[in-house]
Design a protein around this ligand. Structure first.
Ligand code: FAD
Ligand code: A2P
Length: 377
């Protein structure tokens, strides 16, 4: 799949099957060869404090010794700036970029369509991980005659180096907004979303008008390379996290050598709807000490009350670990459906009460410490 980037001469030599949780990996430990290593004080904070055994850590060490090198990126001058680029291109003076590729990245049984769109900006519209681009779809705005369409924002799903590692492209993860007639239940493509439809239908070489980059709330804090980052995504909300994770685990960035814990919770409809699962599973194989990955497949799995399995059910399952990590300074990020936030807040409140804590106070402290990052739409 074009989105992986691991085909750049990088190969895995892991002697075990890829699995989706380190817990499962632990049960497969008989497949691995162990080295006698004493406890390493450099073990990421998140792993020191959770319930994992030293054996898991030995597995981590064993796997880490076998994994392939990271991918070189350029230009490394992208690391020099102290502040992120912001609104380099505004709606009145946008940049005309070129579509490199558009790939449907969900299987046939996914309800809805999501595409990975790679855009060539020629190195002229640089951005940082966690920022968004604006896209102005072609045509005129029917609500403002004579004017262009309004800008639509899309989280950038690549690192600043792009999927070709040369700093010239940006990737978007776009879900086609499909309109269903409420009476017939049938798709009425004449009313599908203007911009998402344009992006998902575009072809290599087509021009795309972009603005930005914008947004600071989802920038990856990099002051502490051993920090814990807990990422909660629904659907295309995974986009900024793909960027973070490529920077942490795929790219060789001399000034950012991540050795903390990244924990991704991804909520999608079913296994055909999983996004970038090959990349994430590879990190799990290569960096079991530094990466955790939990998936909530709402239409395939049930929660403990028999309802749909949502990301908040997974959060509840691991709530004690999550709260402990937050108390130790972990960052938590939420991205995706706006509708997920009330359910998540209810869950966090319920967990806090069970633990004898006050969620409202905890939340304001997390916000004050800049540990709580939300981008929902
Ligand atoms: P629009 O044309 O704006 O239409 C909106 C909705 O109205 C559609 O569902 C459409 O079917 C419906 N509609 C159209 N006509 C009618 C009608 N006559 N009656 C009733 N309904 C109608 N999206 C992503 O896919 N990926 C991202 O990474 C992403 N990141 C975002 C980041 C931010 C910070 C924000 C704010 C939004 C983000 N979005 C993202 C959402 C994105 O900006 C757009 O809102 C989305 O793609 C829909 O835009 P559109 O032009 O396709 O739909
Ligand atoms: P569902 O649509 O089954 O109700 P996708 O892009 O694959 O549709 O992913 C979005 C995911 O977010 C789906 O699993 C969807 O479930 C889920 N979802 C929908 N509403 C909420 C909500 N209020 N809280 C958490 N997850 C939600």
């Amino acid at each position: 799949m074009a989105t992986s980037g691991f085909n750049q001469g990088v190969s895995a030599t892991l002697p075990i099957k890829t699995d989706h949780s380190v817990k499962i990996l632990r049960f497969k430990s008989h497949n691995l060869s162990f080295e006698k290593k004493s406890w390493d004080p450099t073990l990421p904070t998140g792993l020191k404090t959770n319930t994992r055994s030293i054996n898991t850590y030995r597995i981590c060490m064993s796997v880490q010794q076998a994994r392939a090198p990271k991918v070189a990126v350029s230009p490394l001058e992208f690391e020099d700036a102290k502040d992120p680029p912001l609104n380099t291109f505004k709606p009145k003076e946008p940049y005309t970029a070129t579509i490199v590729s558009v790939e449907r990245i969900v299987g046939p049984k996914a309800p809805g369509e999501t595409c990975h769109v790679v855009i060539d900006h020629g190195g002229n519209a640089p951005y940082w991980e966690g920022q968004s681009y604006g896209v102005i779809p072609p045509g005129k705005n029917p609500k403002k005659p004579g004017n262009p369409h309004n800008v639509r924002l899309y989280s950038i799903a690549s690192t600043r180096y792009g999927d070709s590692f040369d700093g010239k492209t940006a990737s978007l993860c776009v879900r086609r907004a499909v309109y269903y007639d409420p009476e017939t239940g049938k798709e009425d493509s004449s009313k599908n979303g203007i911009c998402s439809n344009f992006l998902c239908n575009s072809k290599p070489g087509d021009k795309v008008t972009i603005t930005g980059p914008s947004g600071k709330i989802m920038l990856l804090p990099e002051d502490d390379p051993k920090a814990t980052h807990i990422m909660i995504a629904t659907g295309t909300g995974v986009a900024p996290f793909r960027g973070y994770l490529r920077r942490m685990f795929m790219e060789s960035v001399p000034t950012f050598k991540f050795n903390g814990l990244a924990w991704l919770f991804l909520g999608v409809a079913n296994s055909d709807s999983l996004l970038y699962d090959d990349e994430f599973s590879k990190y799990l194989s290569d960096y079991p000490c530094n990466f955790r990955y939990d998936r909530a497949l709402s239409r395939e799995h049930k929660n403990k009350t028999g309802g749909k399995m949502y990301v908040q059910d997974k959060i509840e399952e691991y709530s004690d670990e999550i709260f402990k990590l937050l108390d130790e300074g972990a960052h938590i990020y939420f991205c995706g459906l706006r509708g997920m936030m009330p359910g998540i807040q209810d869950t966090l409140k319920r967990v806090a009460e069970r633990r004898g804590e006050n969620w409202d106070e905890k939340l304001s402290q997390l916000k004050k410490n800049k540990q709580f990052h939300v981008e929902v739409y």
